[in-house]
Design a protein. Structure first.
Lengths: 323, 291
């Protein structure tokens, strides 16, 4: 069983839940930007939740199936077509050998996840099939999918079509999108006024938004507490002695445009970070389009852990619904 | 040194040994990150040592963040008394300074630089008080360097020069990071040199390029057979300036899988180094002569 890529879309890549364990060497965890959507797609077709699927951003691919298959598409709202006939998102459907899966124009969200029963069976690097193009790991020979690729799919179990995740359990961004932030890391570099302004202002997603990080603009520049720069940091007040970066951490080079590091994060660097997006809101970033208005919302550790519990409860509900 | 503990969201604890860079801060952070690894605290998934700090990634559903913080803090006194010495290796890395590829990139991103009128090397030489770019380059390669962190992107080493603080070179990072940097660029930011292991974004000033691959998932080179990443914290590097002809010769050897750098095993003892930097460095570099 294989998938023939007739059109790759804008950037479609093989992703699973990533390769933890190598961040100390600069190799990020990677994997699906919207992990819940990938897990749900896999559950819908009877795969283990961490099986590899396709992540497509903004523009869907066109895929021809060499054999009968069970398929589900989750994540962003993008019309799904099988030989031109509409299919439902977040719902499993069967595909016959020779049929073509394609997509219409993106409505809301940013990334879709395509799971095929059996899971994508390309070779794993360092324990994961996730595509990390900078380091040439996973994916198709270390890169996203391209026209003409033939992607192997593993053997599948016996899940049936028509399974669906109810709408209340799907999550998409509000307008403005709200991203909860736990202040910390080098928050102490900011003046009180800058810290308040960061949360007061409405930001928008910049065009430079990808798997490594999302850039935001439109808020007021941040001002720093005066200090003599520590030895080794560099002269700009936004510079620090290069340290590790957290996933979700928010760096603001020069105090102007915040960048939130995501799954393919750089593991460290020399820009101060003011805190991090809480783990519960990381999936949501993966569904933000450029120009989306965004409010950063301050929370504390209790708030972050409560939000994390909420997300786990949703995942558990999906598991029970599809069990 | 004043240790600062902070959370990076709900899944990371960040520990800064010191705001400023020093080998003492590096050794303490390395000892402490080793101690965290050895302590085997439930829920810890990654321990990442950096120049003067380290980070622990953990699952807060397994161990509560406050409990994790307390467990890590307990290990600090142990790290303070750890020996600041290691058996390591010195590697000679060829560098083609002022090469055409990084020069092209320097020019493409001029508007993101502090001084768009010159090159990164012109700027770095001037703000560090050197009369010429040549004298600055000489200062960059005459004494060895210590790998104090691996990261940013896959396999990229951060290097700290083994000289007195007043001789350390210091430059700011670009005002806004570039979207591109040639693979194997030798860069500089703050007091650190680096080698961009892969092509990609970057904020460091660009001085030259090495023909020696330091990251390869296919592990073609003999010196990458053990793992796809060449460097590890504690490695010592001596830059060797080369010209275009030598660069081309090494590049051809790399392509024929017939290149290996000069490497020698050495001891590094921080106290001995602090007591006699010139003598320690001379001994380190001598070790390369036999390699």
């Amino acid at each position: 069983m294989a998938l023939k890529i007739s059109k790759p879309g804008l950037s479609t890549s093989i992703q699973d839940l990533g390769r933890p364990g190598y961040f100390h060497l600069g190799i990020p965890i990677g994997g699906a930007m919207d992990r819940l959507a990938l897990r749900a797609a896999n559950m819908l077709v009877g795969n283990p939740e961490d099986a590899a699927g396709l992540e497509a951003v903004f523009l869907g691919p066109e895929i021809e199936f060499t054999e009968d298959a069970l398929v589900a598409v989750t994540g962003a709202d993008m019309p799904i077509m099988l030989d031109g006939e509409p299919r439902e998102g977040w719902t499993s459907f069967t595909v016959k050998a020779g049929q073509t899966l394609s997509f219409g124009f993106l409505k809301t969200g940013a990334r879709i996840y395509i799971a095929v029963a059996g899971g994508i069976a390309t070779e794993a690097d360092l324990g994961s099939r996730s595509t990390y193009p900078i380091g040439a790991l996973g994916g198709v020979e270390g890169r996203p999918v391209a026209e003409g690729d033939v992607i192997p799919v593993g053997d599948s179990g016996a899940a049936g079509e028509g399974q669906t995740v109810s709408t209340g359990l799907r999550r998409g961004p509000t307008n403005p999108a709200e991203l909860r932030v736990l202040p910390g890391l080098y928050w102490n570099r900011l003046t009180d006024a800058a810290g308040e302004g960061f949360f007061e202002d409405t930001w928008t997603v910049a065009p430079e938004a990808d798997r490594m990080g999302y850039r935001f603009r439109g808020g007021r520049p941040l001002e720093f507490v005066d200090r003599e720069q520590p030895f080794g940091a560099g002269a700009d007040p936004s510079n620090i002695v290069d340290g590790c970066y957290s996933y979700g951490s928010i760096q603001v080079p020069g105090g102007t445009e915040p960048i939130v590091l995501h799954r393919d994060a750089v593991s460290g660097g020399g820009y101060f970070t003011l805190g991090a997006i809480i783990s519960a809101d990381m999936d949501l970033i993966g569904q933000l389009q450029p120009n989306t208005p965004v409010k950063f919302v301050k929370t504390d550790m209790d708030g972050a852990l409560a939000a994390r519990r909420d997300r786990r409860a949703v995942l558990q509900s999906i598991r029970e619904e599809l069990a | 040194m004043k240790t600062r503990y902070t959370f990076g969201g709900d899944e990371h604890i960040y520990v800064e040994m010191d705001e400023e860079m020093s080998l003492d801060a590096f050794f303490k952070s390395l000892s402490m990150s080793n101690a965290v690894r050895a302590a085997d605290i439930p829920g810890v998934t990654e321990v990442c040592p950096a120049n003067a700090s380290f980070q622990v990634k953990f699952d807060p559903d397994v161990t509560h963040p406050d409990e994790m913080l307390a467990r890590i803090k307990e290990l600090e006194s142990q790290a303070e008394t750890a020996e600041k010495r290691m058996t390591t290796r010195i590697i000679e890395i060829p560098v083609f300074y002022q090469d055409p590829w990084t020069h092209d990139c320097v020019m493409r991103f001029r508007e993101r630089h502090q001084d768009p009128s010159g090159t990164d090397l012109d700027y770095a030489a001037r703000i560090n008080g050197y009369d010429s770019v040549e004298a600055f380059i000489e200062a960059h390669h005459s004494q060895p360097w210590f790998v104090s962190m691996v990261g940013f992107v896959a396999g990229l080493p951060f290097l700290y020069q083994l000289v007195e603080r007043e001789k350390q070179l210091e430059v700011p990072k670009y005002l806004r990071p570039r979207t591109d940097t040639p693979k194997l660029t030798v860069g500089y930011g703050g007091c650190f040199s680096c080698i961009y292991s892969v092509r990609g974004a970057g904020g460091y000033q660009m001085f030259g390029i090495t023909p020696m691959p330091i990251y390869d998932p296919e592990q073609k080179a003999s010196y990458l057979k053990d793992f796809m990443v060449f460097f590890k914290p504690g490695d010592i590097v001596k830059w060797k300036p080369i010209d275009r002809a030598e660069y081309d010769r090494i590049t051809a050897a790399v392509e024929a899988n017939d290149y290996a750098p000069r490497i020698a095993e050495v001891e590094f003892d921080l106290e001995a180094f602090n007591a006699d930097m010139a003598g320690t460095n001379a001994k380190l570099m001598e070790a390369l002569d036999g390699a």
